[in-house]
Design a protein around this ligand. Structure first.
Ligand SMILES: Nc1ncnc2c1ncn2[C@@H]1O[C@H](COP(=O)(O)OP(=O)(O)O)[C@@H](O)[C@H]1O
Ligand SMILES: [Mg+2]
Length: 386
């Protein structure tokens, strides 16, 4: 099943473009499931009718659903929450335990389990996701790495300790302090779910992100950073959609200067992103309802199937230069000072500002020394010794 994620800054038009892309794909004959994982759902607003947490048919070949993020969290965390609540017994209440469990990035990932569930139905060819604004999406990408570290190192140890210590703890009345098997099982389930979602996100043969942006400096800067982070975490991006461009008729008078700025930003976008740039104009009114969304899909995609993979290019690429292996990653908008590359056993650690990605080295590279790293026109090259 093809998966397309739409992300971008708040208000740029993610929901509108997800809706248009889904409708356009349905009209190309695909069976499309449109999911919103943004807790501030607005798919219903875009279609001009209520949608909610149950799958709702909107047009031939198009079903949509707004995932209830709180219910999803409740579904995976209830045992863990109960345990935390018991830890806090006497002092705090359950509400506090709930607050403690608001882990950044987890919500979006848990909501994305819905993609797997759509796939399991076996009735859809394409799943289009209207994601939360960029910040949440990027935190989500970091979360599996963090959870993996937690599970591998800390949790395994904890579990062994708990087995040994439980009889003792029960004897001295400290039973609630040691997580029971149900809590461990809940952690393991969560870990598996998160890993499943991660597999889908990293499968560049079927999953791509589309960055929705506006032709304004601050928005474009954020889009460039998002693109770099998506590459860093191994998610393929196959298009940038520039929304709300001033139509020719509106480029004179009061808006002449805005139009000039837009042209500059568009040129900067074309130069910064090694992927297709799609465009949508600012309409005379909000883009609401099937007709408006259908017209928007035509404007953005023309005759192209909106569900097609619009650009193929792995975010992380291994190559060989002579006898030296080389890793390439697109990191536009990043400067040398932002990047740190270090080797840790069989992993390469790539740090870009505050984001860390652990890349497992291919067998042929394990044991080789780092020979250097260079940033060349927005692409980082990490070289290993021959
Ligand atoms: N190209 C456009 N022309 C006119 N109105 C638009 C356009 N794109 C989005 N809108 C309107 O802007 C508002 C915000 O868009 P929305 O898709 O909800 O943004 P986001 O999901 O990124 O927060 C909505 O009212 C939508 O109808
Ligand atoms: Mg939205």
């Amino acid at each position: 099943m093809r998966v397309i994620l739409h992300t971008g800054k708040g208000g740029v038009g993610k929901t509108t473009l997800s809706a248009a892309t889904a409708l356009g794909a349905a009209e190309h004959g695909h069976r499309v499931f449109l999911l919103s994982t943004d807790p501030a759902h607005s798919l219903g607003d875009a279609f001009g009718r209520p949608i909610g947490a149950r799958p709702t048919a909107l047009a031939p070949g198009l079903v949509a659903q707004e995932v209830s993020v709180l219910d999803e969290i409740e579904r995976s965390w209830s045992e863990i929450q109960a345990w935390l609540a018991s830890l806090l017994r006497g002092g705090a209440d359950e509400l506090m335990a709930e607050e403690l469990l608001v882990v950044p990035g987890l919500e979006e990932l848990v909501a994305l389990r819905a993609v797997r569930e759509v796939e399991a139905l076996g009735e859809f060819d394409v799943c289009i996701v209207d994601c939360a604004p960029t910040g949440a999406t990027l935190r989500m990408l970091r979360f599996p790495d963090a959870l993996q570290v937690f599970m591998e190192r800390f949790f395994d140890l904890e579990r062994r300790l708990a087995r040994l210590a439980r009889p003792f703890a029960e004897g001295v009345g400290l039973r609630g302090w040691i997580p029971g098997d149900d809590v461990f099982a809940a952690f393991e389930r969560l870990y598996r779910d998160v890993d499943d979602v991660r597999q889908i996100l990293l499968d560049t043969d079927r999953t791509t992100a589309r960055l929705v942006t506006n032709a304004a400096r601050v928005v474009v800067d954020e889009t460039r950073r998002s693109f770099a982070y998506l590459c860093l975490y191994g998610v393929a991006t196959d298009a940038v959609i520039v929304n709300r461009l001033l139509p020719a008729r509106a480029q004179s008078g009061w808006f002449a200067h805005w139009a000039e700025r837009e042209r500059e930003e568009l040129a900067a976008i074309e130069a910064a992103f090694p992927i297709p740039t799609l465009r949508a104009q600012l309409a005379t009114s909000e883009r609401i309802g099937l007709d408006a969304l259908r017209a928007l899909a035509r404007e953005v995609y023309g005759e192209t199937d909106p569900a097609a993979i619009l650009h193929r290019g792995a975010p992380l690429r291994w190559r060989r230069v002579g006898a030296s292996p080389l890793l390439e990653i697109d990191l536009p908008g990043t400067s040398k000072e932002d990047i740190e590359v270090t080797l840790h056993g069989e992993d390469l650690h790539l740090r870009v500002r505050d984001a860390l990605r652990r890349v497992a080295l291919p067998a042929s590279v394990i044991g080789r020394q780092l020979a250097g790293a260079t940033l060349r026109r927005g692409t980082l090259e990490v070289r290993f010794a021959p």
